[in-house]
Design a protein around this ligand. Sequence first.
Ligand code: HGY
Ligand code: MN
Ligand code: MN
Length: 425
Amino acid sequence: MEAQSTTPAAVSLGTEITERIDRLALISADEGAITRVFLSPEHRRAADLLLSWMREAGMSAHLDAIGNVVGRYEGDRPGLPCLMLGSHYDTVRNAGRWDGPLGVITAISCVAALHRRGRRFPFAIEVVGFADEEGVRFASTLLGSRAIAGTFDDSALGVRDRDGVTMRDALTQFGLDPGHIGAAARAGREVLGYVELHIEQGPVLEAEGLPVGVVTAISGATRLVASLEGMAGHAGTVPMPLRRDALTGAAECILAIESYCRARPGLVGTVGHILAEPGATNVIPGRATFTMDIRAAGDTGRKGAAAELIKAIQEIAQQRKLIANITITHENRTVACADWLKAQISDAVAAEGYRVLDLPSGAGHDGMAMIDLTDVAMIFVRCRGGISHHPDEHTELADVEAGARVLLRVIENFQPKGLQADTQT
Ligand code: HGY
Ligand code: MN
Ligand code: MN
């Protein structure tokens, strides 16, 4: 168990949060880099640390059936529906330290500050650290938030990681019951709304000179895995015209994806991973497998682009006498943030003295799954250079503080949807 934080109460919110971000960043599978994937030993160590901070903050805290950490701060009487806060605590490989953890740790520190003041509300507060938003290990995503929203697809349990371990076996090895994931699901009546604080992961707030922004919508994404089967062979003896080289076929597909997206403003396509097999210098690759991530401002444009690119991959494979197998591993619709929640975030931003800027999220977030359970909204915090999914990802202390103060105001002034409607009449 990692040492618990001994940060005295007098320390500012921003300092406490930054110290904890740095502490959590030390929990990684890779020396000198940050990598924390679903159901790994690092996942367990990070969960233990977050659970200890949640309890220090006056919350009851547990690991749920899929490995989310869940902290609950009761309202002014037990059993009340909650305002749910949080983000994810898994990371991409060689990640930055702020993407995900900033939302979880800021929410914990806000509850701790309210607890120190003995504040209780006519609603409970729950803080969730989602176990797998990035989908790095099992080529899916939002597994933790889908489980809480009750939309986890059990067929994912058979997906294998790059070592051939199924999600089912990984859950069992982690000490969880793959047949019990349904226990993580929450009922809609238990949750009044979900608010996530997250770094922007883009350049807009920095360009606007603002520490915080209000998210309007979370862009959908389509992810797929394409595998091309050719014919392995001796690098020295097979003449070029006789080859069915899967890797050069994949290379042509990848450049086709890039030029297709470059030609269409607003469309972004990324091939983040490629595997050539058997992977020996002197063997013509018989198989090449690559991923594709496609995003656009709207669902129709994104789905149309994905369909056209799948067709392009199939045509290139055919011309090269390769067999193409393409599986869509993840499809998420664009999700609008709820106006009534956005309005309360905007009020908090304005009350902190900042110009209110609405902006869309090009990055995906757990709100894309949580929308199936409750209304969602997000607070964006400026990050340096808009850099993310990279070790240089950074958030200045003043911006950490600004984000925390906005979130604290949102909590203290939170008006559940029905109640808010009454006060507006
Ligand atoms: O991929 C995304 O947009 C998010 O960071 N998981
Ligand atoms: Mn991310
Ligand atoms: Mn994230």
